[in-house]
Ligand binder design. Structure first.
Ligand SMILES: [Zn+2]
Length: 353
């Protein structure tokens, strides 16, 4: 056996554990936008894209029969949307950071920027992983009377690009303090909280779900106010959000190039003065990158139990959901340009408060 072949065999064996914890299998289907039971489909399944007259719907393998009875004419797009993500060749070239690396980088930022960055533990996931937020502000150890803004990624653990982009933006803010006026101003006048992994159990496995459940359908909403999720990553962030009293938040998802605001659970509008503020803000943010902007339920689909609805409903904060780029884990070479298309709109959002 040549050294090359032997190394390859060793490498493939090393990959096995990664492969064996691979996530639930999700198929994707195409459904025409004029489907009469689309709201019912949206309640049970996740619509992730709307283009060219069709929705793309994610369906867990064990729910395929149920889906087919609701949408008998639906065309299958992919049997396993994450097949590429979990294949050895994809892992080889992906270059995306692991759960452990992101955790280490979070603590490294605290070490590199004492006085500006501080790690806060706000709970533990169902599988016992620490839920971490990085607070960034001048006098970071003190809670000052400054607007509080939350930026989060990986609510869906397979949307890997969201974590990379948020990490880069965070580094830019910290590195730019005292050398770039806009970052100096942000750090001096706001308290920023960054959460790279809302759903670490999902992210560690490169899975959309946590314990087989979609976290972004687990938040209470006006039609289901008493709902308490079994997911600790959801109940913990809810407590944290209410404790810190955020003025606004962005939950980054992928993909779709969309800047979205509540409501998601209904096609009805939020209170009119809030609706105007959401519209003006997202329109302004979209100027920098040409993303589409609008109300979640209108721009894409009706979804019940999303974080944006909950945060707006309970605290009247400006809570956005943003779908980045055109893929959940684009090739690594595209990351810098995606960071670029995300940065201006994010700075505008923070400055708004
Ligand atoms: Zn998502």
């Amino acid at each position: 056996m040549s050294i090359f072949v032997r190394n390859l065999v060793i490498f493939l064996i090393l990959l096995l554990p990664i492969h064996s914890f691979s996530a639930e299998i999700i198929a994707s289907f195409k459904v025409p936008v004029n489907n009469k039971v689309i709201d019912k489909i949206a309640e049970e399944f996740e619509i992730v894209d709307r283009s060219d007259g069709f929705y793309t719907v994610y369906v867990l393998q064990q729910k395929i029969n149920k889906f087919k009875s609701l949408a008998p004419g639906a065309v299958i797009l992919e049997q396993d949307i994450n097949a590429k993500l979990h294949s050895p060749s994809q892992l080889l070239r992906s270059g995306y950071h692991s759960y452990q690396q992101i955790k280490d980088m979070t603590y490294d930022l605290e070490k590199s920027y004492p006085g500006l960055a501080k790690v806060i533990k706000y709970g533990k996931s169902n599988k016992g992983r620490e839920l971490l937020a990085l607070k960034i502000s001048d006098n970071v150890a003190t809670d000052e009377a400054e607007p509080k803004v939350l930026l989060t990624a990986a609510t869906h653990g397979d949307e890997l690009i969201t974590v990379e982009v948020l990490m880069e933006l965070t580094k830019q803010i910290l590195a730019g303090y005292k050398s770039d006026l806009k970052f100096t101003d942000m750090v001096n006048t706001k308290e920023l909280y960054i959460i790279f992994n809302i759903n670490p159990d999902g992210f560690a496995r490169r899975s959309r779900y946590a314990s087989g459940i979609d976290p972004n359908r687990q938040y209470p909403w006006p039609g289901k106010s008493g709902h308490v999720s079994t997911l600790s990553c959801v109940t913990s962030i809810i407590k944290f959000y209410e404790k810190i009293k955020f003025s606004g938040s962005i939950d980054f998802h992928a993909h779709g190039k969309l800047i979205m605001y509540p409501w998601a659970y209904t096609r009805g509008k939020v209170e009119s003065h809030d609706s105007v503020e959401f519209q003006n803000l997202t329109k302004d943010m979209a100027k920098s990158n040409g993303y589409r902007y609008g109300q979640i339920s209108k721009i894409i689909y009706v979804a019940k139990g999303s974080s944006a609805d909950y945060y707006y409903w309970k605290t009247k904060s400006l809570a956005l959901g943003i779908e980045l780029t055109t893929s959940k884990y684009p090739s690594k070479s595209r990351i810098p340009s995606i960071v670029k298309e995300t940065s201006e709109m994010t700075w505008k959002f923070i400055k708004h408060f």
